[in-house]
Design a protein around this ligand. Structure first.
Ligand code: ATP
Length: 234
């Protein structure tokens, strides 16, 4: 279980996240939605130790993540798929995937995990020797997800997986997120695409200029008048 309590984060004088609290229970998909600049990315970066918190706490299965180094957080079973994907562009697809398996020494285990990832993303298998930088945006998103899966995460934090993708690819990516969830992976999903994010989630939180302004059952939020007006163009 991930428990964020009274978290505040500042960049100098800019208060990006203001006293937010939320939880993600094991096996859930929880979405964090909000407009540009609401503080979604900052929240994920703080959870995985890329940005320091000003105050508050982030506990993951009893471990204080604010006192844990980013590299160690992966070994606790938490994988972060950042916005913009950040694949190693000059390396091949398979080499990128192997980079995700750093904690596994055994070659046969790595081979098994590659097969698991190629099973989920046949397109990556077809392109296993292609340089990652020449993949399409959707394929790079698949690669970023595949690389995260190589570390056998229990929890995945995903930042805007739909960004820059065609509606068809967005559907494809979301159906993979559903599959991962069915396999028991917990997901914290940050999205501007509120419709997709609320459709897939169990629960959701709305972030507005650094504060949580609404929270609840995702299907209820999908039908909430205020949410529909502000985020669903209704
Ligand atoms: P988007 O959907 O556009 O990515 P977001 O909800 O993820 O937005 P953040 O990227 O977390 O929002 O940004 C929250 C606020 O913090 C914004 O006002 C942003 O300009 C500011 N901010 C983010 N990163 C930095 C930084 N490194 N230095 C200074 N200000 C920053």
């Amino acid at each position: 279980m991930l428990e964020v309590k009274n978290l505040s984060v500042s960049y100098g004088a800019i208060e990006a996240v203001k006293d937010i609290s939320f939880t993600v229970n094991d096996g859930e998909i929880v979405s964090l939605i909000g407009a540009n600049g609401a503080g979604k990315t900052t929240t994920l970066h703080t959870i995985t130790g890329l940005v320091p918190a000003k105050s508050g706490s982030v506990m993951y299965n009893g471990v204080d993540l604010l006192k844990t180094h980013s590299n160690k957080i992966v070994t606790l079973g938490m994988a972060h798929i950042p916005e913009g994907r950040h694949v190693f562009t000059r390396m091949g697809v398979e080499e990128n995937l192997e980079m995700g398996a750093f904690s596994l020494k055994d070659q046969s285990d790595i081979k098994k995990d590659l097969d698991m990832v190629y099973g989920l993303f046949p397109r990556l298998k077809e392109r296993r020797n292609q340089k990652a930088g020449t993949l399409s945006g959707g394929e790079q998103q698949m690669l970023a997800m595949g690389r995260a899966l190589m570390s056998h995460p229990k929890t995945i934090l995903m930042d805007e997986p739909s960004m820059g993708l065609s509606p068809k690819l967005v559907k494809e990516i979301f159906s993979i997120i559903r599959k991962l969830h069915e396999q028991g992976i917990t997901v914290l999903l940050v999205e501007q695409n509120a419709k997709m994010a609320l459709s897939i989630a169990d629960r959701a939180y709305v972030l507005e200029t650094g504060r949580i302004t609404m929270e609840g059952d995702a299907k209820e939020l999908l039908n909430n008048e205020q949410v529909r007006k502000a985020y669903l163009g209704a």
